[in-house]
Design a protein around this ligand. Structure first.
Ligand SMILES: Cc1ncc(COP(=O)(O)O)c(C=O)c1O
Length: 455
């Protein structure tokens, strides 16, 4: 058995992994051909312009993951006693430097953003159960918060006596000031009748419709308005926008690493700013380490496969093979997705759902009104139709224009739906052309969603 963890890409010195992604002298820049080889396991012929939902993992990282799995299986006891904790700490240290956290204790590795939300919301739920919060005290969240997070609020907070205030976000949106104004309005409601806002949940990048939220400004407003704690749901952030948790200033910040940072499914980090309160946070799966701090609790939640957490050093090497490391990747993805979005909007006579600077590595592109997408159900059906008949994988968002407002227009009609396109290193212009032509074909054939409803 190879018990030297360096066989899996560890360096000798774990104390100070590179703070900013750098090209190390032993790594050469990746070529286009190598990128293709890294993603050769993607199904042939599919225009996969939906990195946002599940991310993607290169072949070399899958191979590294397999090596970690085998290292465990070869001699589990030795791996458990000698390497597992040390290696998880190494991954946490890399993430700590990547996001500019103060202490490695502030960084826990968990399965995904859903688990992180459960940790934070369970903590708030205990605030109600143990009488620190009063019945009716509020949690403020964006109305387009991720559905799983909304359910978690229902399970942990509403059930314990908390109330929920939703911030309505305008869409299409023309500036971040519109979002800031809506957020301030919601806080006023949250604090009405002497209630306290115990938690604000702010997405860094909303899922649907997808937008970069001015998170730093909103956290500042929360501090000024006396909101107890702030949780940033940044499931899409690392690898897609630059993240500096000290600059953002939230109490809790979660990002998946399997969406835009090339880790295998599934791994996320939860940053908890060091404070006396953070000692009360616990992993919902309780194991031997209960009470030893969230990061340590999370690093052993029973026997399971920890390999997706262990490949973080190899992922750092992978992203450093690209010019500018992870920041270079995200900048190029942003530029490309905006170019592709504008190309599609021009072809269809529609618009983007936000200004380019509010697009991460995803963009919302208005779809032709003639497709007749008039409900969430229609949006799901046309998505399935695009997959089954055109081999295009792209999520579709239905957006009913508000009664009193005139929505964005396509010819004489309001745009009622937007496609959320993603760009990742494996994407080609042809993927977006394939999508453009699929929609053009549907429009040309006089297709409307009514046809699908009749099936
Ligand atoms: C904003 C947001 N929060 C939470 C999640 C949940 O992520 P996961 O399924 O990895 O837990 C997602 C997933 O897309 C998301 O977009």
């Amino acid at each position: 058995m190879d018990e030297d963890p360096r066989a899996n890409g560890e360096s000798n010195d774990h104390s100070n992994p590179s703070k900013k992604p750098k090209i190390s002298s032993s790594l050469s820049l990746i070529t286009q051909l190598q990128i293709q080889q890294e993603f050769a396991h993607h199904q042939d012929g599919v225009a996969r312009i939906n990195n946002g939902s599940f991310g993607s993992c290169p072949a070399s990282i899958l191979a590294a993951q397999r090596r970690w799995q085998l290292q465990f299986l070869r001699q589990p006891d030795s791996f458990f006693f000698n390497y597992l904790q040390k290696s998880i700490l190494h991954s946490r240290t890399i993430i700590k430097n990547l996001i500019n956290a103060h202490h490695v204790e502030e960084v826990s590795l968990v399965d995904n953003a859903t688990t992180a939300a459960a940790i934070v919301l369970q903590h708030i739920g205990w605030g109600f159960a143990e009488g620190q919060f009063h019945k009716g005290d509020a949690v403020v969240m964006l109305h387009c918060a991720f559905q799983a997070v909304k359910k978690s609020i229902q399970a942990y907070v509403t059930r314990a006596g908390g109330s929920v205030i939703q911030v309505e976000l305008p869409f299409p949106v023309r500036s971040k000031d519109q979002i800031i104004a809506e957020f301030q309005r919601a806080l006023v409601i949250g604090k009405a009748n002497g209630r306290k806002v115990r938690l604000a949940i702010i997405d860094h990048i909303t899922s649907m419709p997808s937008l970069i939220i001015p998170v730093r400004e909103l956290v500042c407003i929360c501090r000024e308005e006396g909101v107890d704690q702030v949780f940033v749901d940044a499931a899409h952030a690392v690898g897609s926008v630059h993240v500096d948790v000290q600059e953002i200033g939230a109490d809790f910040y979660v990002s998946n690493l399997h969406k835009w940072f090339f880790c295998p499914p599934s791994v996320a980090f939860l940053y908890c700013r060091k404070s006396p309160l953070s000692l009360n946070l616990h992993h919902p799966v309780v194991s031997h380490e209960y009470g030893n701090g969230l990061a340590v609790e999370s690093s052993w939640i029973g026997t399971r496969d920890y390999s997706s957490q262990l490949v973080v050093p190899e992922v750092l090497d992978f992203v450093n093979r690209f010019e500018g490391g992870i920041d270079g990747i995200s900048k190029r993805n942003h530029d490309a997705v905006v170019d592709m979005g504008e190309m599609l909007a021009k072809a269809w006579g529609t618009v983007l759902g936000s200004p380019p600077d509010m697009c991460p590595s995803m963009a919302m592109v208005g779809l032709p009104a003639s497709l007749g997408i008039s409900s969430d159900d229609d949006a799901l059906k046309i998505r399935t139709h695009l997959r089954d008949h055109f081999q295009v994988e792209v999520p579709i968002h239905h957006q009913a224009p508000k009664d009193s407002k005139v929505g964005a227009r396509n010819g004489n009609n309001c745009i009622t739906a937007y496609a959320r396109i993603s760009h990742q290193v494996y994407n080609k212009v042809d993927d977006y052309i394939k999508f453009r032509e699929a929609i053009n074909q549907l429009v040309h054939d006089g297709f409307t969603c009514k046809v699908l409803s009749q099936k």
